[in-house]
Design a protein around this ligand. Structure first.
Ligand code: GLY
Ligand code: MN
Ligand code: MN
Length: 429
């Protein structure tokens, strides 16, 4: 993370909300993420566990948070265990937090070195009934590696087999989808930096340019603006590549007459932007490209109107499907009679629009939330319809990030050009 976080209140409030959901005599242990191996002696750049960050604001490995609101020893109601640094680590790996700094960022008053954890823990755990541990319960993730929390569960259960164990994830799933003003501020920053990068790209693209050259322009702008980097692997997909939903080789030449589909977003202070745009390589859409573009834009505008508190996920997606179906008929891609005969479980529009329209956005790009809860004030959701026509080598997706408020929704990407004429004008100015 390239910014210094100075919003202790965010983390103090988050912990207050979290501990209010812990059962009587319950304690919670939240671990930091592993440092994941890359190759040989290399590791990936450290990425903090979003739940640990949510409660502490600390972006450092090998730490642990203990929350035990009913702890009989007041010293251990809220404790941060920090990786102890030394001269060797300072020279080889760089600076690590002192106790004072960790206190200033997180607002946690009691801080010990991580080596002291089991000794302190064994002196208080017998007064707890329930132990909350964190796991990754994202619906899109099926555990394949024994990550830190899973190993920790084995260790603690072997030491304290008779306690009751609870899923901290259930608490995070309730809290994390409701964004506070500070979280919205960071997400807006991520969106603004994404806007800067997109405008830079509009100036840069011309026939013959390579997809990877565009990728280089984007990362230049991101880093210059203090983003950590990409929120996810960027997609720079020209021509037929746009019909491969997760294309991110970004290694082909952009040809005159093709459209390029971009899906990229900045990560700023661990909050993410998620944007898609589609632009003509030569600065002018053909009539057909513009028709498809405007269909996608129409579906997007209609869908955004439905993103409001109380809306139900499945109903919303069904409605979007109907609007998309009527656009696909207008474009001559679907036949009215085929639609009448379609199997409602596999609607015809899925042939050209095969992914979901929205997902929650936050500390994770596909943020942690229940898809069975109605949308609520404070949610940030993407809106990302697309039409992919392989036999025309044309794929168009548009994606903005939308905040739901009490008075309707706010488009956090409202400043990013999206009208076809606006895109053309900027590319030709
Ligand atoms: N960039 C990932 C997504 O749009 O869901
Ligand atoms: Mn996206
Ligand atoms: Mn998305």
């Amino acid at each position: 993370m390239k910014v210094k976080i100075k919003n202790q209140t965010l983390f103090v409030n988050n912990r207050r909300n979290f501990l209010s959901k812990i059962k009587k005599n319950g304690l919670a242990i939240i671990n930091t993420n592993d440092e994941f191996p890359r190759s040989g002696d290399q590791i990936y750049n450290f990425k903090q566990n979003p739940d640990f960050f949510y409660l502490t604001g600390l972006d450092q490995e090998q730490c642990l948070l203990l929350i035990f609101p009913d702890c009989p020893n007041p010293l251990y109601k809220e404790v941060l265990f920090l990786r102890q640094t030394n001269e060797y680590i300072a020279v080889w790996e760089g600076y690590k937090f002192t106790k004072e700094e960790a206190k200033a960022i997180s607002g946690i008053q009691n801080i010990y070195w991580i080596e002291e954890f089991w000794n302190i823990f064994s002196s208080i755990v017998h007064y707890a009934t329930n132990i909350y541990i964190n796991t990754n319960e994202n619906d899109r993730y099926a555990p394949v590696v024994p990550y830190k929390d899973l190993r920790f569960i084995d260790e603690i259960k072997s030491k304290y087999p008779l306690h009751r164990y609870e899923r901290a994830a259930l608490i995070f799933r309730e809290l994390r989808p409701i964004k506070s003003d500070i979280e919205v501020f960071y997400t807006q920053k991520a969106c603004d930096i994404t806007n800067d990068a997109f405008r830079r790209v509009l100036n840069f693209v011309k026939p013959g340019v390579q997809e990877y050259e565009i990728e280089a322009e984007i990362i230049h702008e991101f880093i210059k603006k203090q983003a950590t980097g990409h929120a996810y692997s960027p997609i720079i997909a020209s021509g037929k590549n746009a019909c491969i939903l997760h294309y991110n080789d970004n290694k082909e030449q952009c040809r005159d007459g093709d459209v390029i589909l971009f899906d990229f977003g900045a990560e700023y202070a661990n909050y993410n932007a998620d944007m898609s745009r589609s632009i003509p390589v030569n600065g002018r859409f053909t009539k057909r490209q513009k028709d498809v573009y405007n269909s996608v834009l129409h579906v997007m505008k209609e869908s955004v109107k439905m993103l409001k508190a109380g809306a139900i996920w499945n109903d919303y997606h069904e409605e979007v499907g109907k609007i998309m179906t009527s656009e696909l008929i207008k474009l001559g891609l679907l036949d009215k009679h085929d639609v009448e005969k379609q199997n409602p479980d596999v609607p015809a529009y899925k042939k050209y629009f095969m992914h979901g329209t929205s997902h929650h956005l936050g500390l994770d790009v596909h943020d942690f939330a229940s898809r069975y809860e109605p949308f609520a004030v404070g949610n940030i959701l993407t809106c990302e319809p697309g039409i992919y026509i392989m036999n025309e080598s044309l794929g168009i997706r548009l994606e903005n990030d939308i905040l739901i408020t009490e008075n309707g929704n706010v488009d956090l990407m409202a400043k990013i050009p999206i009208e076809a004429d606006e895109i053309e004008n900027l590319m030709n100015s």
